[in-house]
Design a binder for this molecule. Structure first.
Ligand SMILES: NC(=O)c1ccc[n+]([C@@H]2O[C@H](COP(=O)([O-])OP(=O)(O)OC[C@H]3O[C@@H](n4cnc5c(N)ncnc54)[C@H](O)[C@@H]3O)[C@@H](O)[C@H]2O)c1
Length: 340
């Protein structure tokens, strides 16, 4: 396969989405620079295993370099940008998780606000062709007009995590407006699948179901999420990143502002009880359910309207919840077996 000249910088590349995206770019013969500070928000062994998966692909194709480095350290970032001059930057490095932002807001301040600002600055200074960054469905807060549309005005974040993601969208817009930096924000909707995050429901539930421990079900089970399989997220992000410069984007005052924001979800809310049933089937074990009130910062329902992304890059999610949970559970069983 012909190799591409473009250099792609992926931050958060040891994370769930970042590692899968690095594999996608490498498999398509791009040069990829990965950066991650490997923080211990969850088990770092999982992060190193994901990096090992990337190394295995690299030996077959692509061109890959990894740096253990933090986006909140602008001096280190500057060295990497200076040396590799990335064409496209995909910023996935962030402190994720709604609930943890109640306990440790400082970590969100550093990575999601200061770190994100550093990324914007570097992209401006090194004249990056396109910056893509992760926003989140949590920006919609308590909005009830389903499905969520990108045009909704968002100024009531329910958690500090959501506040940092709304802030990222504002910061990005201002850089696109003033410096004409082409930027795309992607509002990811509950991503699940192999190599997922241990702090999210699919892994917490699976762990407890298998070890016959109760699973906590918040809001007494009245919850639904637009669960989106990792491959669909990766494909959508890949297509957006390569969409060449966001030229001719004018705002309502006819200003040229190369800035876009898209929902990226499956486009169908799934009842949490149904999600649990699928896991029970996959593991052939009945879950012990422990119903609890809703947690502060949590939202009841998410539901993405993905029409705009479909029009922009032809995004069409392919993996149904039934198939996705089956694939996730198959991976999880093997992952547990392979644990030392
Ligand atoms: N997974 C989801 O369902 C979901 C939903 C909405 C938005 N997002 C967003 O997508 C992005 C990726 O999420 P994920 O699920 O892969 O999370 P993840 O925690 O698995 O990956 C994030 C990675 O970034 C790294 N990181 C954190 N702070 C850093 C810093 N300051 N410098 C360098 N690296 C740093 C972490 O070590 C981690 O490996 C995040 O921005 C997250 O907020 C994820």
């Amino acid at each position: 396969m012909k190799s591409h000249n473009k250099v792609i910088l992926i931050t958060g590349c040891a994370g769930f989405i970042g590692s899968a995206l690095a594999i996608k770019f490498l498999s398509n013969n791009y040069k990829v620079i990965g950066l991650d500070n490997i923080n211990d928000y969850y088990d770092i062994k999982l992060k190193y295993s994901r990096l090992k998966n990337i190394d295995e692909i690299k030996s077959k194709s692509g061109d890959w370099k990894f740096f253990k480095s933090s986006i909140d350290n602008i001096k280190e970032l500057d060295k990497i940008f200076e040396r590799y001059k990335p064409d496209i930057v995909i910023n996935l490095a962030a402190q994720a998780g709604v609930r943890y932002s109640i306990e440790n807001p400082t970590s969100y301040m550093r990575s999601n606000l200061e770190g994100f600002f550093n990324i914007l600055e570097m992209c401006k200074v090194y004249d990056v062709e396109h910056l893509v960054y992760a926003s989140s469905s949590s920006v919609y807060g308590e909005k009830k007009d389903f499905p969520f549309n990108e045009e909704n005005i968002l100024n009531k974040p329910l958690s500090f995590y959501a506040a940092t993601k709304i802030s990222n969208e504002m910061m990005a817009y201002s850089y696109s407006n003033i410096y004409k930096l082409p930027i795309t924000g992607l509002r990811y909707f509950t991503v699940y699948g192999p190599w997922g995050r241990p702090d999210m429901a699919p892994m917490i539930f699976s762990k407890n179901i298998i070890s016959k421990k109760p699973i906590p079900i918040f809001n007494f089970g009245k919850m639904s999420r637009d669960f989106t399989f990792i491959n669909d997220i990766v494909d959508g992000t890949f297509l957006c990143a390569l969409k060449s410069p966001l030229s001719n984007l004018k705002d309502s005052n006819n200003n040229f502002v190369p800035n876009k924001i898209f929902n990226i979800g499956y486009g169908r809310p799934v009842d949490l009880n149904y999600f649990i049933e699928l896991l029970e089937d996959a593991f052939s074990i009945k879950a012990i359910k422990e119903y609890q009130p809703i947690k502060p910062g949590d939202v009841e329902k998410t539901f993405a309207d993905t029409t705009n992304l479909e029009k922009w890059v032809g995004y069409k999610p392919k993996v149904s919840i039934d198939n996705g949970v089956y694939l996730f559970a198959k991976w999880y069983k093997k992952y547990l077996k392979d644990l030392p």
